[in-house]
Design a binder for this molecule. Structure first.
Ligand code: GDP
Ligand code: IMO
Ligand code: MG
Length: 476
């Protein structure tokens, strides 16, 4: 008898798609391929040069997307990274859960540093609203004895999505409808206060105070609100280009991630359709962002986690501390079975490999090329935590380059071992690498020629070779 549901499934061999058709990318879904913090913010910012609109489709202010422009750091939580690019419009889609106070705070902090947010930032009237009782419920349940601790960001994300699916949520349009807001808060507080008191002994929340605060926030939010599905579809019909900015990562997806250690939204590329109201036929390409190694923050399985000094070295070199909570991120090596699974789930057309520079010090780089479970080699991703516990990673040590990659802007300038490492990831994961990031700044980015052409950008002539032998024929 199988000890875990799903064992013995026929999917044992890696699924590698033949090259996906490359279309001129007028619309692109940018998705995290791992457990979040892959550098989506930086990559969306870099790509936004070629796009007119950036639309967030999932999550809330649990996200922390870091963008560094000429040494100046911005951490965006709800507002899409396109806001930092002059002339680019930004949309917060219906799939996002919006804390109005967090949104207004972020908008104000952007205004304070001179970033334009008025008339170029739009919020869906159908996005669900996070209210204080969502945080109360989350804190109670995360700390309740006997509950599985997920290690959430404590932003009320899960309970807000629960209310959405339970059909008792408050949407942005309802927030602006003050009589409805009043009734909603009164009823919800009555219910949530009773539940939280009974289950977690929480102190009750005051509905009067809450109404005052959120009615005031509604007034400030109103100018941003519209039907963003109509806005986006009209823009696409007018041949405008759109990035759909993902939050979190594939392995944190509510359906496909390492459940229950996941977030509560559809972080995979499919979420872009539901979370914005733009049909799948309008999505031209999917750009998966992966670090050159792996990290995760919070609880849950992590097969390639490195708990010794080398893990600590990755954390320090990669500055692996949560952009939102400051928590140290767990670190480990590239996990190819997971990356292949992620590429399959997302239908990845292009991969972007970030934080290559963090591996610059290594003479050898371990890469997990497959799993062994009960002595059998497998590529299956288990559906349960208990299945992950049985995984033994099969590692291959690839030669490191042990030299700085800082400052390189062309693939052929990279050390031969770095190019070999990237070519290995490309071959083993079945998705072409379109871009490489070798530092946090906007400028520290290497484009592949074919990817540039897909974006409709001019492809530069080959630069004179600085070091290393002739590269193999590969985009990266
Ligand atoms: P996101 O949530 O996917 O947008 O990623 P985060 O912003 O939470 O975390 C990525 C971190 O890595 C940020 O601190 C970025 O500034 C940084 N970063 C992004 N790309 C690179 C890179 O290529 N090299 C280095 N060293 N840091 C990077
Ligand atoms: P970005 O967009 C990394 C993790 C939390 C926790 C789990 C559930 O910056 O990549 P939640 O508060 O969402 O209910 O927490 O998901 N998590 C993230 N980890 N990056 C993120 O976002 C994350 N958003 C949520 O740490 O393990
Ligand atoms: Mg982040």
């Amino acid at each position: 008898m199988p000890s875990s549901v799903g064992e013995g499934s026929p999917v044992q061999q890696p699924i590698i798609f033949a090259e996906r058709a490359v279309r001129r990318g007028r619309t692109a879904v940018v998705v995290g391929a791992q457990w979040g913090d892959e550098g989506k913010g930086k990559i969306v910012d870099v790509l936004s040069e070629s796009f007119e609109i950036v639309a967030r489709y999932a999550g809330g202010h649990n996200a922390g997307h870091t963008v560094i422009i000429n040494g100046k750091k911005f951490v965006l939580q709800l507002v899409p990274c396109g806001v930092l690019r002059e002339g680019c419009q930004s949309v917060i889609g219906n799939g996002v859960v919006l804390d109005p106070l967090a949104f207004l705070k972020e908008v104000q902090s952007l205004r304070d540093v001179g970033v334009a947010v008025d008339s170029n930032l739009f919020v869906s009237n159908r996005a669900h609203v996070i209210l204080p009782y969502h945080r109360m419920m989350e804190l109670g349940s995360e700390n309740a004895p006997g509950r599985v601790k997920i290690g959430t960001t404590s932003r009320g994300i899960g309970p807000a999505y629960e209310d959405k699916m339970g059909r008792r949520g408050l949407r942005v349009a309802d927030l602006l409808d003050l009589p409805l807001l009043k009734t909603h808060i009164d009823n919800a507080c009555r219910e949530k206060n009773m539940i939280a008191h009974a289950l977690f002994n929480s102190d009750p929340l005051d509905p009067e105070k809450m109404y005052e605060e959120y009615a005031a926030a509604a007034e400030k939010l109103a100018p941003f609100v519209c039907d963003t599905a109509v806005f986006l579809n009209r823009a696409i019909a007018d041949k405008k280009s759109v990035i759909f900015e993902g939050a979190q990562g594939t392995m944190l997806d509510i359906d496909h991630g390492t459940y229950p250690f996941v977030t509560s939204s559809s972080a995979t590329s499919g979420g872009a359709v539901i979370g914005t109201g733009v049909g799948p036929t309008s999505m031209d390409m999917v750009v998966g962002i992966t670090k050159a190694y792996c990290t995760r923050v919070g609880g849950g399985p992590f097969p390639t986690e490195e708990r010794d000094d080398r893990g600590e070295e990755l954390r320090v070199r990669g500055n692996e501390f949560g952009a939102v909570t400051g928590r140290p991120r767990r670190t480990g090596w590239m996990d190819l079975p997971l990356l292949r699974y992620s590429n399959m789930l997302n239908g990845t057309t292009w991969l972007v490999v970030t934080k290559l520079d963090v591996l610059d010090h290594l003479k050898e780089i371990p890469v997990c090329i497959g799993y062994k479970v009960d002595g059998q080699e497998t590529d299956s991703i288990p559906p349960q935590d208990s299945g992950f516990a049985k995984i033994e990673c099969i590692y291959q040590n690839l030669p490191g380059w042990a030299t700085p990659t800082e400052g390189f802007t062309r693939v052929e300038q990279l050390p031969r071992e770095a190019r070999q490492y990237l070519a290995f990831l490309e071959k083993q994961s079945g998705a072409r690498i379109g871009m490489i990031s070798n530092g946090p700044d906007r400028e520290q980015t290497i484009f592949g020629d074919e990817f540039l052409a897909t974006l409709g950008r001019p492809v530069p002539r080959p630069a004179p070779r600085k070091r290393g032998p002739k590269p193999r024929r590969s985009d990266a």
